[in-house]
Design a binder for this molecule. Structure first.
Ligand SMILES: Cc1ncc(COP(=O)(O)O)c(C=O)c1O
Length: 381
């Protein structure tokens, strides 16, 4: 028997309380019980998002929320500035093109964060840009962009909205939607929200709703205006993922009991211990700046295939992490610490990484990374 550990940057482990909540009998979505459930969940999502705006709940993976965040706000021929610093930045560009939106691409070298001044310059150069698309946490490289600074750049421009993919940021680090002026913020269930894949969340500011009024791109299933009309009545336009919403209710209760500051500091503590442990084991972090607290991207040592590390973690030790994507395939591997994670998830990951590397012939001193994480994570009594 090989015990399984899910340490991939999504899906992430689901707490037993949440699994149990989802195992409850399915309720009918037009029955009063659903409206009551959905009303509670909608309020708690506003708390999580730190917003007064409505947060739409969609039965979709995160990409569904992203698609709607293009289709509902822009018309064919409109211009969007896309920050492309990894696989998910690239996806914003692909979605824009699918809806006939002209893409002004701001390429950022993988492993780096976008320079907010470069965004400001691009908007100044082309005032017709109607939206800026970015990731708060670019999961393919493990880098966090400076969303706060981008909010400052965009909020002063009347005709431009800031659309943030917060799929691996929400519930990991502070991202106050209203205080930072983030117009559209997309989240997903299978990351720090500790749920299986299947729900997307989207908050929309008044400025963005104003843009939606004028947009001519068609969206049927992901029609945010229609969805908003239903959701403010605690209904959904179509059959919602009821069992997932039961799980979400439990997740939000758990998160509220912990409180946002405690959640963020737990996530930071784990991320720091992982990063310091990786370095103490003689390995290098892939991000050149601004590492995301959601996951750690680690460079494979010279002469060792990153895919072999990822594969051996799974096959030899039951740990599902992630490899690199596109040109980073074989060059990096990634380990998540977002969501339902604690001290021994980090220590387990570091121990297994050391064992795999030693097995692959890399001269790592067993326990070097683990000891560092133990020092950082031990409870000082
Ligand atoms: C930053 C980011 N954006 C978008 C996505 C896509 O989400 P999904 O696979 O749920 O459609 C992911 C998933 O890994 C992600 O990490």
């Amino acid at each position: 028997m090989l015990k399984r550990y899910l340490l991939a940057p999504g899906p992430t482990p689901v707490p037993p309380e949440v699994l149990l909540a989802m195992a409850r009998p399915v309720i009918h979505h037009r029955a009063p019980e659903f409206a009551q459930l959905f009303g509670e969940v909608r309020e708690d999502l506003k708390w999580l998002y730190q917003t007064r705006n409505d947060v739409l709940v969609l039965a979709a993976s995160g990409t569904g929320g992203m698609e709607g965040a293009v289709a509902n706000f822009l018309s064919p021929g409109d211009k969007a500035l896309v920050v492309n610093g990894g696989k998910f930045g690239e996806r914003w560009g692909e979605i824009c093109k699918a809806f006939g939106v002209q893409v002004v691409e701001l390429k950022v070298e993988w492993g780096h964060a976008v320079d907010p001044q470069a965004v400001a310059d691009a908007l100044k150069k082309d005032p017709s840009i109607k939206a800026v698309y970015v990731q708060a946490s670019e999961t393919s490289t493990g880098v966090a962009h400076d969303t706060k600074a981008l909010g400052e750049v965009v909020r002063v421009r009347e005709g431009t909205i800031l659309v943030v993919d917060a799929i691996t940021a929400l519930g990991v680090f502070d991202l106050p939607t209203d205080a930072w002026g983030l117009d559209v913020v997309v989240g997903g269930s299978q990351k720090a929200l500790m749920l299986p894949p299947g729900l997307a969340f989207v908050s929309v500011s008044e400025k963005a709703w104003g843009m939606a009024e004028k947009a001519k791109n068609g969206a049927f299933y992901f029609n945010y205006k229609k969805e908003r009309e239903a959701q403010i009545k605690n209904q959904t336009s179509y059959t919602p993922a009821v069992s997932m919403i039961l799980g979400l209710q439990e997740v939000l209760r758990m998160l509220k009991a912990e409180g946002l500051p405690a959640i963020f500091s737990r996530q930071t503590r784990l991320a720091q211990a992982m990063r310091e442990g990786v370095k103490a084991a003689g390995l290098s972090l892939f991000p050149k700046q601004s590492p995301s607290d959601a996951l750690t991207a680690i460079s494979a040592p010279d002469g060792i295939d990153g895919q072999a590390i990822y594969r051996n973690l799974r096959v030899q030790y039951g740990i599902t992490a992630a490899g690199g994507q596109d040109h980073l395939k074989g060059k990096i591997f990634r380990v998540s610490h977002m969501g339902y994670m604690d001290t021994f998830d980090v220590i387990t990951a570091l121990a297994a990484i050391e064992m795999v590397l030693k097995g692959l012939g890399h001269p790592v001193r067993l326990g070097s990374g683990v000891a560092k994480a133990q020092e950082l994570l031990m409870v000082k009594s």
